[in-house]
Write a protein that binds this ligand. Structure first.
Ligand code: NAP
Length: 259
C-alpha cells in the first residue's frame, strides 16, 4: 500500500535538490503534488511531467515563498486546483555565507526572509484550510546548523534555529485541531547548495559522519514521507535530525567565494 495515497502536498522549492527528491518520493507514494520554484521553470515543468507519469496529479507554481502576498495567492491557487492541502513542506531555502564581520545587512535580511519568513507566510495561509478540515501535517526544513551553529553562517543558523522555535510553538497551538508540525534538520546533503567540495573536503566530512557518507535528497525525502503519512499521527513538535551535523570549514567557504 502507498503511504500517501489520497493526500495532497504543497512543497516549496521543489525544482531542485532536496525539494525535487521530496516531490518525486511523494508522487511515488501516491500523493498529489503541488510545488513551487523561483527561477528553474524548464526544470520544474520536466518534473511535473515525471510526476504525472507516476499517475498522480501534479502542478508547479512560480512563487516567491518570501513574499507574503504571493504565498496567499499560491495557497488560493493550490486549493482551487487540488481542493485540499493535507501536507505543507516548507523546504525553500538559500545561503549567503560569510563571517559576521563581513556580513552586510542585505545578506542577513535576504536569508531571514527566504528561510524563515517564508515559513510564516505559507503556514499562516495554509493553516486556515487545515483548521477547517481538522487535519494536516506541516514539515519545516531546518538544518543541523540551526542546532549547533556554524562559523560563517550566522544568518543561516539564525533562520534555521528560528524555524525550530516557530514549529514547536505551532505544534502547541494547533495540536488540539489534529494538525501536526515538525522539523527535519538535515546534515550535509549533496545538492546544488553544497556542490563546491573538493575530494579532500568530502573525505574529511565523511570521516565525521557515523554512516561514513554524505546524505542524499532521498534520505531527507524518506523522513518527509514518514512525517507526512499516517505512520506519524502521534508525532508533533519534534526535530528529526537527518544524517549528521556538518562543520563547514573556512576553506570550503573561501572556495565558494563567500568569505
Ligand atoms: P537547492 O538545491 O539550492 O534548492 C533550493 C530550492 O529552493 C530550489 O528549488 C529553488 O528554486 C527554491 N527557492 C529558493 N529561493 C526560493 C524562494 N524565495 N521562493 C521559492 N523557492 C525558492 O537547496 P537544497 O540543498 O535542496 O536545500 C533545500 C532546503 O534544505 C533548504 O531549506 C536548505 O536550507 C535545507 N538544507 C539543505 C542542506 C544541504 O546540505 N543541502 C542541509 C540542511 C538543510 P529555483 O530552482 O527556482 O531557484
Amino acid at each position: 500500500m502507498k503511504l500517501l495515497s489520497g493526500k495532497t502536498a504543497l512543497v516549496t522549492g521543489g525544482s531542485r535538490g532536496i525539494g525535487e527528491a521530496i516531490v518525486k518520493a511523494y508522487a511515488a507514494q501516491g500523493a498529489n503534488v503541488a510545488f513551487t520554484y523561483l527561477s528553474s521553470e524548464e526544470r520544474a515543468m520536466a518534473i511535473v511531467a515525471s510526476l504525472e507519469a507516476m499517475g498522480v496529479k501534479a502542478k508547479a507554481y512560480k512563487s516567491d515563498a518570501a513574499d507574503f502576498q504571493q504565498a496567499e495567492q499560491l495557497t488560493e491557487a493550490v486549493l482551487a486546483d487540488f481542493g485540499t492541502i493535507d501536507i505543507l513542506i516548507n523546504n525553500a531555502g538559500i545561503t549567503k555565507d560569510t563571517l559576521m564581520l563581513r556580513m552586510n545587512e542585505e545578506q542577513w535580511d535576504e536569508v531571514i526572509r527566504v528561510n524563515l519568513k517564508s515559513v510564516f507566510n505559507l503556514t499562516k495561509h495554509v493553516l486556515k484550510s487545515m483548521l477547517k478540515q481538522k487535519s494536516g501535517s506541516i514539515i519545516n526544513m531546518g538544518s543541523v546548523v540551526g542546532v549547533f551553529g556554524n562559523a560563517g553562517q550566522a544568518n543561516y543558523a539564525a533562520s534555521k534555529a528560528g524555524i525550530i522555535g516557530f514549529s514547536k510553538s505551532i505544534a502547541k497551538e494547533v495540536g488540539s485541531r489534529g494538525i501536526r508540525c515538525n522539523v527535519i534538520t538535515p546534515g550535509f546533503i549533496e545538492t546544488d547548495m553544497t556542490h563546491a567540495l573538493t575530494e579532500d573536503q568530502r573525505k574529511a566530512y565523511e570521516a565525521n559522519i557515523p554512516l561514513k557518507r554524505l546524505g542524499k535528497g532521498d534520505d531527507v525525502a524518506n523522513a518527509c514521507i514518514f512525517l507526512g503519512s499516517d505512520m506519524s499521527t502521534y508525532v508533533t513538535g519534534q526535530v528529526v535530525e537527518c544524517a549528521w551535523r556538518l562543520r563547514i570549514k573556512l576553506s570550503c567557504l573561501k572556495r565558494k567565494g563567500t568569505v
